[in-house]
Ligand binder design. Structure first.
Ligand SMILES: [Cu+2]
Length: 364
């Protein structure tokens, strides 16, 4: 490419200097050789560029992909795990096209112009033949700024088995699953319980993917286990540090704690390995509605402990690296960094990230 870029490992717990944030710039013609050992539970993670001022347009142009982490716990649960047979990625992105059929990235003072077309894995008008059996989908909202609320057209359940950072403690049957930019959900759909020959995955009535149900495979999937992973709550300590992050936006721009991003400023310093509580508040939008912000933290997987003073819904009780904070909402997370270095936290609406809503945390 004729412009600087980076490769950020979204959700991977790696040292700050391997994280691929704005400090690990790859200039045109140069290369970068990150090196790290993965040590975290099985999960569906992803990678995308994270350079200053070029993130949003480079992701829009196609730089995004998935990373799968497997482990014995996940492998031995009897979950569908044959890639391309009963285990499919669904990378969902909205796009506009120009008259030449090229992507047309267009932002205004209000933000990115929403795409008229939704692509799945880069495909227009996608459909998929699926076996009349249990099938796993690893869904990533890789849109720059759109939220989705996934549902099946026949009203069947989406059984969520994993969130951003790995398996939930148990399968959660849901009629709809909301994902803001950067969030993932792994779901199982049991097509053997569906009588229609074809159903549709949609979001608020917008078609996402047509699913054509074919004759059952030879070997049938076993029932889903009642228990998936063990999620140990991070230890609590009455003396632990609490930090507050106030999000405020105005159209395409925004701030965290009243500050616009400055690469030469460390906003927070956190001791390595210590558990903290972070309170994330969405103060809304100045003059216009914010629409909510997906708050993402690099280099760790956190636990959501409260949403608006209540326990979070079951699907938010696993590991997360991105949490949606709606207008006027307050979300509490328990967070711990197990690797040292400099990391970003930011709104994952890429236009907000590039226009002020990002900060830096130093872990030491
Ligand atoms: Cu935002």
């Amino acid at each position: 490419m004729g412009e600087p870029t980076t490769v950020h490992w979204h959700g991977l717990v790696v040292p700050g200097d391997q994280d691929g944030g704005p400090h690990q710039i790859i200039q045109p013609g140069a290369s970068w050789a990150p090196e790290f050992t993965g040590s975290q539970p099985a999960a569906t993670l992803w990678f995308h560029p994270h350079a200053i001022a070029t993130t949003a347009t480079q992701v829009y142009a196609g730089l995004a992909g998935l990373i799968y982490i497997d482990d014995p716990v996940s492998h031995n649960l009897g979950l569908p795990q044959d890639y391309g047979v009963n285990d499919f990625p669904l990378i969902v992105q909205d796009r506009n096209f120009d008259s030449n059929g090229q992507f047309a990235y267009q932002a205004t003072m209000m933000g990115l112009v929403p795409g008229e077309t939704i692509l799945v894995n880069g495909t227009l008008d996608p459909y998929l033949d699926v076996p009349k059996d249990k099938v796993r989908f690893r869904i990533l909202n890789a849109s720059n700024s759109e939220n989705y609320k996934f549902q099946l057209s026949d009203g069947s359940d989406l059984i969520q088995i994993a969130s951003d950072g790995g398996l939930l403690s148990e399968p959660i049957p849901l009629k709809s699953i909301a994902l803001s930019p950067g969030e993932r959900a792994e779901v199982v759909i049991d097509f053997s319980a569906i009588s229609d020959e074809s159903i549709q995955l949609h979001s608020g009535g917008r078609p996402i993917l047509d699913l054509h149900i074919k004759k059952p495979s030879q070997k049938r999937q076993p029932p889903l286990p009642e228990q998936l992973a063990t999620i140990d709550p991070f230890p609590t300590d009455p003396d632990q540090t609490t930090r507050v992050f106030e999000l405020q936006s105005m159209g395409i721009t925004g701030t965290i704690n009243g500050k616009s991003f400055d690469m030469h400023r460390i906003d927070e310093t956190v001791p390595l390995g210590e558990t903290e509580t972070w309170i994330i508040r969405n103060r809304g939008g100045m003059m216009m509605q914010s629409g909510g912000h997906p708050f993402h933290v690099h280099g760790t997987q956190f636990q959501v402990i409260a949403r608006n003073g209540q326990l979070p819904p079951a699907e938010e009780r696993g590991y997360k690296d991105t949490v949606f904070v709606g207008e006027g909402e307050e979300v509490h997370i328990r967070i711990r960094f197990n690797q040292p270095g400099l990391y970003m936290y930011h709104c994952h609406i890429l236009e907000h990230e590039e226009n002020g809503m990002m900060g830096q945390v130093k872990v030491e």
